[in-house]
Design a protein around this ligand. Structure first.
Ligand code: RB5
Length: 142
């Protein structure tokens, strides 16, 4: 799968870790910065990842900041982006099955490495259920 991944400084270490895992699993990862733990503005990286997804260069995106909140707020400003802030495998699965999320947001300061890896694996392995959920997604899409 083609995956665009970005973070701010708060998510940098987790992004490096997850990008490496994703590549090991055979995914094509587009790494969009930031490039260090120096302070940066997270909306710039949300924009970069969302543009890759909206433009079809990536099938989905992963955004990581300290809490995941800023990234999810910024990403959801983009048309056709459904960004889900997930804290566990349950929310990861349901964000795909019910919400057809195309961007996964993670909070590096609230998750351990093992949980973050499990969330990503579950999210990538889950598919949209469609049906009544498509009708609901349509209600907040234009
Ligand atoms: C940066 O300190 C922090 O505000 C950011 O990573 C994120 O948590 C924002 O929502």
């Amino acid at each position: 799968m083609r995956i665009a991944i970005g973070s701010d400084h708060g998510g940098f270490d987790l992004k490096v870790h997850l990008a490496s895992k994703l590549q090991q699993y055979g995914h094509k990862v587009t790494y969009l910065g930031c490039d260090s733990i120096n302070s940066v503005d997270y909306p710039n990286f949300a924009d970069a990842v969302c543009n890759q997804v909206r433009g079809g260069k990536a099938e989905c995106g992963i955004l990581i900041c300290g809490t995941g909140i800023g990234m999810s707020l910024a990403a959801n400003r983009h048309r056709d982006i459904r960004a889900a802030l997930c804290h566990d495998e349950y929310t990861a699965r349901l964000s795909r099955e019910h919400n057809n999320a195309n961007v996964l947001c993670l909070g590096a300061r609230v998750l351990g490495l093992g949980i973050a890896e499990a969330i990503v694996e579950r999210w990538l392995a889950s598919d949209f259920s469609g049906g009544r959920h498509q009708l609901r997604v349509n209600m907040y899409s234009d």
